[in-house]
Design a protein around this ligand. Structure first.
Ligand code: NAI
Length: 726
């Protein structure tokens, strides 16, 4: 190899084994960039020329990860005009890997670290895969989670390796990331090694034992395991795939799963080379479209910015919490205790009686038992987790706690009281957090002596599953407390977004607009089932009226009344939302308060199971024949949330675009295909000017609440987008 730009080192030992060391000198991780394309082409050429002196080939890497995959920065830039180039680059890389794969010599992937996407595709182009069982190492093809498909041969080879059904369900459609051991169990790799030496020994042993080697699919008489659509028995089952996929996506506009399905099925009916071309065409369509850009922005760049602390005050030493006091062992407290204990933190879980506290710990016992039964953890680990949780009713047991998370009833007087009770018992500099979902943090802080140490830590239910925590900075919260709260959220492996104090913060306020818009449409006389359908097809994980029932109809009434009082006390005027009248009638006239009350927009069985939409809705609200365009229904929900997010930026409640995008997807179910609530505006047809024009149209048709805020208009005029200046 002579090229300067090489990203692959050729190391040949005296027995004729060539180790191809993936080691891009210009990046911390190896990616499928232009330099790689050139390097792998040169390697393929040399391997063919020197074939007679080569006994076998091992791919491995000099980096911590084996190989990171495609270059996402490049992909963000790919427009329709770049389609041909994206296509050609993909084809060139694949051709080089294919030339090495079909050399006739044994090719082994020695997977020394994470091999996701492109990394696993290099491994798939090898005859044998040995993975180092390194902690945190992951293997799989997660492209679908970024709106893409694996186009380095990933679809074509997994289909041929494990059959269409397994390839789709285990690898391609969910984008599951497997630990090396689970990758072995699921047939993604052949062997696992405990050390790097063992991994390389195993690679060499394969080469020794297989002087001539071919992929199964290159051997004569090969058939795809489980059959292909040309087999009538298989074909009979095939319609189930698109149907299941539709069910899984709820009709939401995610193009990647559909393209993956098409590439897998079409590719299975043709020869290997043609299948690679089909895969590349479906990829090109995705990479040049808007959805992939949205998803890469959110799930890669924004998530990385948020988790790496772009919003954490600098210059403050990171700190780990050792012992946390959780006040209130109800639904939220129990979940918070579990999440902390799982991360290795000692938890003192306090409630009003030993029984109530023990019941809170019982929740962790249930989760642990389930995890052991499903093989997700060992009994020893579960026992250790549970041993870290001490239930109590005694304040004295909180001695030594360096952080407090309060989750008692949503009552400011009670919250003040419980903090007073414990403030002098915990460590003198303990971080003081409240998990309030609605109460202003600055007012709650008045109940403690050390206001700078007081902060909001808003978890989402169910805590063990929901990845987001909204950190709320009160007026007098100090930077030190903010940094410590940030570190605590990361310590328990959750994603922190940071907002300034305001009624409803970011998440509760914005989700309220989504719900109100859905309810308002019912009030206008639109068929309720159509409203639900519109939410599902827009990509919301929960339908709007069913979500309203879950939260209860009385909660927004209470919040609305408090907000109205606050607005009026401050001398403002309250503009009622059209949803209010519907909710009032539902509660006052029909006594339907939501799921917990046994009746809401839906009917509920004795066991609390949701039944059909309440027929009374049609009788009392629906105007038969009254319809608005389906697109308007979807966009009223999406726009109501996006527009209020812009207002929150204007008001300084939100200070980061990445936090808004991540918070909206992970906290309140804003559809993932949009890339989050502000990326939705960036990616809207026509960009910010297009979005602004459409908002004006909605304002004219449906009410002034859709009037674009000044910040949006200004940015649209300047030709700007919503991005963080970092
Ligand atoms: P919950 O009613 O399930 O639990 C509250 C617990 O606090 C009860 O076990 C109660 O016995 C205990 N408690 C009352 N007084 C106490 C005292 N003096 N000392 C210790 N414990 C005491 O309520 P939930 O749903 O867990 O909510 C707790 C807090 O979390 C509230 O502020 C709520 O607004 C907030 N929150 C709730 C969310 C939800 O989805 N339910 C989401 C995010 C925040």
């Amino acid at each position: 190899m002579s090229t300067e730009s090489t990203t692959i080192r050729w190391e040949q030992d005296d027995t004729g084994i060539v180790t191809l060391v993936l080691d891009d000198p210009n990046q911390s991780a190896n990616t499928m960039n232009q330099a790689f394309k050139e390097s792998i082409a040169a390697i393929a050429e040399r391997a063919e020329a020197e074939k007679d002196s080569i006994r076998g080939v091992i791919y491995t890497s000099a980096k911590k990860t084996f190989f990171a995959g495609g270059d996402l920065k490049d992909m963000m830039k790919a427009g329709p005009e770049d389609a041909q180039q994206a296509f050609e680059t993909g084809v060139a890389i694949k051709n080089s890997l294919r030339r090495i794969e079909t050399l006739g010599k044994p090719v082994v992937a020695a997977i020394n670290g994470a091999a996701l996407g492109g990394g696993y595709e290099i491994a798939l182009a090898s005859h044998h895969r040995v993975a180092l069982d390194a902690p945190g190492s992951k293997i799989g093809l997660p492209e679908v989670t970024l709106g893409l498909l694996p186009a380095g041969g990933g679809v074509t080879r997994t289909v041929r390796l494990m059959g269409i059904a397994d390839a789709l369900l285990k690898v391609l459609l969910q984008g599951t990331q497997y630990s090396p051991r689970r990758a072995l169990e699921n047939g993604l790799v052949h062997e696992v090694a405990a050390t790097r030496e063992e991994m390389l020994d195993k690679a060499r042993a394969f080469i020794d034992a297989n002087p001539v080697s071919q992929q199964p699919w290159d051997k004569p008489g090969y058939r795809i395991p489980g059959g292909t659509p040309s087999n009538p028995k298989f074909a009979a089952n095939l319609p189930a795939f698109p149907a299941n996929l539709r069910k899984q996506l709820g009709g939401a506009p995610y193009p990647a799963p559909r393209n993956i399905l098409a590439a897998a099925v079409e590719g299975s009916q043709v020869d290997f080379e043609t299948a690679l071309t089909i895969e590349a065409r479906y990829f090109t369509e995705l990479v040049t479209g808007q959805t992939a850009k949205n998803m890469i922005q959110a799930f890669f760049f924004d998530l990385q910015a948020v988790n790496s602390g772009a919003n954490r005050p600098g210059g403050i030493e990171p700190r780990q919490v050792r012992r946390v006091a959780v006040l209130g062992a109800g639904m939220m407290g129990a979940g918070i205790a579990y999440s902390c204990a799982r991360a290795g933190i000692d938890v003192v879980l306090k409630d009003v009686s030993p029984e109530a506290a023990a019941k809170g710990k019982g929740y962790s016992e249930e989760l642990c038992a389930k995890a052991v039964a499903r093989g997700r953890t060992t009994q020893d680990k579960a026992d250790a987790l549970l041993a870290r949780i001490t239930p109590t009713a005694e304040a004295a047991d909180l001695a030594g706690c360096d952080a407090v998370i309060e989750a008692v009833f949503e009552d400011p007087a009670l919250k003040h009281k419980v903090f007073q009770e414990i403030e002098h018992i915990v460590e003198p500099d303990a971080l003081l957090c409240s998990n309030t979902s609605t109460l202003p943090i600055s007012a709650l802080a008045e109940g403690v002596e050390r206001e700078p140490d007081f902060i909001g830590l808003h978890f989402f239910s169910p805590v063990d599953k929901m990845p987001l925590v909204e950190i709320i900075k009160g007026e007098r919260t100090g930077d030190e407390a903010l940094a410590r709260a940030f570190d605590l959220v990361r310590q328990i492996n959750k994603t922190p977004i940071v907002v300034n104090d305001s009624r409803g913060f970011f998440t509760s306020r914005v989700i309220g607009h989504f719900i109100n818009e859905g309810v308002a449409m019912v009030g206008e006389g639109i068929e309720p089932a159509s409203v639900e359908q519109a939410a599902a097809q827009a990509g919301y994980p929960a339908k709007v009226l069913s979500l309203m029932d879950e939260l209860t109809l009385t909660l927004p009434r209470k919040i609305r009344n408090e907000t109205r009082r606050a607005v009026e006390e401050a001398g403002g005027t309250w503009t009622p939302h059209p949803a209010e009248a519907v909710i009032d009638r539902m509660v006052d006239e029909f006594g339907r308060t939501g799921r917990s009350g046994g009746a809401g927009f839906y009917e509920y069985g004795e066991d609390g199971k949701r039944g059909r939409l309440w027929p009374g809705l049609r009788e009392h609200f629906t105007k038969p024949g009254h319809e608005i365009p389906f697109e308007d229904m979807q966009e009223r929900m999406l726009f109501s949330e996006a527009l209020d997010t812009v207002r929150l930026l204007e008001e300084g409640v939100l200070t980061s675009v990445a936090d808004a995008n991540i918070g909206s997807i992970f906290g309140i179910g804003f559809p993932g295909w949009t890339g989050g609530v502000l990326q939705y505006i960036n990616g809207y047809d026509g960009g910010l000017p297009g979005f602004t024009a459409r908002a004006r149209e909605l304002a004219e048709r449906y009410g002034e609440r859709f009037t674009p805020p000044a910040l949006l208009v200004e940015k649209a005029e300047k030709g700007e987008r919503f991005t963080d200046a970092r």
